[in-house]
Write a new protein. Structure first.
Length: 82
């Protein structure tokens, strides 16, 4: 049973150093600062790459996603236009 349904509203390719403070804030993790976003995501990607026997580089492309909650109604974002 789904607990939440989301709709992707933006997908963007960039490199690590191109992520801006607004994206970090909007993601809402830790203290919402760009510094904590970079620290935590760097650790995550380095650990994931190491588990595959690879090395993660800050020049690797990453995907940034923005989404809206569409269900259940009590958690849904403002009305979306398609």
């Amino acid at each position: 049973m789904p607990r939440l349904v989301i709709r992707s509203v933006e997908l963007r390719l960039c490199v690590f150093n191109d992520v801006d403070a607004q994206f970090a804030f909007d993601e809402g993790e830790d203290d919402r600062s760009l510094e904590s976003w970079r620290r935590n995501h760097r650790r995550y990607w380095e650990r994931g790459a190491a588990a595959r026997g690879a090395t993660w580089l800050e020049t690797d492309e990453i995907v940034l996603e923005r989404f809206s909650v569409v269900w259940p109604p009590e958690f849904a974002d403002e009305k979306l236009t398609c």
